[in-house]
Design a protein around this ligand. Structure first.
Ligand SMILES: *Cc1c(COP(=O)(O)O)cnc(C)c1O
Length: 373
């Protein structure tokens, strides 16, 4: 598709055609991987628009155009990881900024927030529910940071409502949209000011790229982010930018299959006697469960054959994570337990395998641990 009409197309089209027709000289269908770190100047005082790859790289620009289009954003920047995107964004916030954040957060985000607070850079207030969050936003609040659905308890927040309250108090809203991806949610049109992604997860989708992204419609913020991105070098490599573009092409299909599998698996888990509670919003591939018998967790994890016991999510392969010792280990147990992230919880990232194979795998592992179900 021609770039100037990207806004006219639906997300499936934008994804399938990510990065194509970008090389006018050769007509290459697929975006080339531009490994060159530097670019020849046509003449003294002239530039092709590309000078040095930390500043701007054609492969990176191609994936950024697609990412901006699928999040309905004017601007996107890709970074070397999701955490690099978070740090880049927060680097633009004045020292002393007050931030209201959802409590049930990615463990790595919480770890960094805590460290920044300990160093006296920012102040955080955490909320366990949407009502609490809305009540905590005051005239002193500078930024509101949410993940929706939350991680791993899968609570959805109303982005439009949070944005309205944040804006009424002069605060900006940042949404980490890693879990739903733009397939299920576009936070910017709902009023968010910035969208953040760990593109390592659904956007790339194959557990082989570490990447992050920021999207916004705010030109001043983008300019500042672009400046800092170039200055500090938290950029995505051209090869990884290519892999991310490659992964994006199938995002819609992968999401559709993950969600279909997840719904079937949730129906199975809800009637399993080994399971005390199932957390699922009805869409996407992320499911959490609390087990009747916490002591059975090591055995279940060892017995699974199709699910892999590993951190991370959003890939074609199904993974199972034990947040208490993995993704959320840096959140002190007392804090984790206070909001429901207890040690009997397992988080499942449902992949695109055959749903019946996944159910059979869970059945044998849970049955082995808890008799017949
Ligand atoms: C993984 C993850 C991050 C961090 O991203 P990395 O790419 O691992 O640095 C941030 N937010 C959420 C919701 C995540 O799942």
């Amino acid at each position: 598709m021609k770039e100037d009409c990207m806004a006219d197309y639906k997300i499936d089209t934008l994804l399938a055609q990510a990065g194509i027709h970008s090389d006018e000289r050769t007509g290459a269908l697929v975006s080339p991987i531009h490994l060159s770190t530097t670019y020849q100047h046509p003449e003294f005082g002239q530039s092709t628009g590309f000078d040095y790859t930390r500043t701007k790289n054609p492969t990176r620009v191609n994936v950024e155009k697609t990412l901006a289009a699928i999040e309905k954003a004017d601007y996107a920047l890709v970074t070397s990881s999701g955490m690099a995107a978070l740090v880049l964004l927060f680097g633009t916030f004045p020292v002393g900024s007050q931030i209201v954040a959802v409590r049930d957060l990615y463990g790595g985000s919480f770890r960094w927030f805590n460290e920044q607070e300990a160093r006296g850079r920012f102040q955080f207030t955490y909320a366990d529910s949407e009502e609490t969050l809305l009540n905590q936003i005051t005239a002193a609040t500078d930024y509101v940071f949410i993940e929706t659905p939350t991680n791993p308890l899968m609570v959805e927040f109303d982005i439009a409502r949070v944005a309205e309250v944040a804006h009424a108090h002069g605060a900006k809203l940042i949404v980490d949209n890693t879990f739903y991806s733009p397939i299920y949610q576009n936070p910017l049109p709902l009023g968010a000011d910035v969208v953040l992604h760990s593109a390592t997860k659904y956007l790339s989708g194959h557990n082989d790229v570490l990447a992050g992204a920021l999207m916004t419609n705010d030109k001043d913020l983008y300019d500042r982010l672009f400046y800092d991105h170039n200055t500090t070098g938290s950029t995505l490599s051209p090869f990884d930018a290519y892999l991310l573009m490659r992964g994006l092409k199938t995002l819609a299909l992968r999401m559709e299959r993950s969600s279909k599998n997840a719904r079937k698996i949730v129906a199975f888990l809800r009637q399993s006697r080994a399971v005390r509670e199932v957390y699922y919003t009805g869409k996407g591939g992320m499911v959490s469960v609390k087990l009747v018998d916490e002591a059975s967790i090591p055995r279940i994890l060892n017995q699974l054959r199709v699910f892999t016991f590993a951190e991370s999510l959003g890939g074609v392969e199904s993974l199972i994570t034990y947040p208490a010792t993995q993704t959320h280990a840096d959140i002190p147990a007392a804090i984790r337990h206070s909001y429901g992230l207890t040690d009997d919880l397992l988080r499942l990232s449902i992949g695109i395998e055959d749903g019946d194979d996944l159910i059979a795998d869970l059945r044998q592992a849970l049955e082995g641990a808890h008799g017949s179900i």
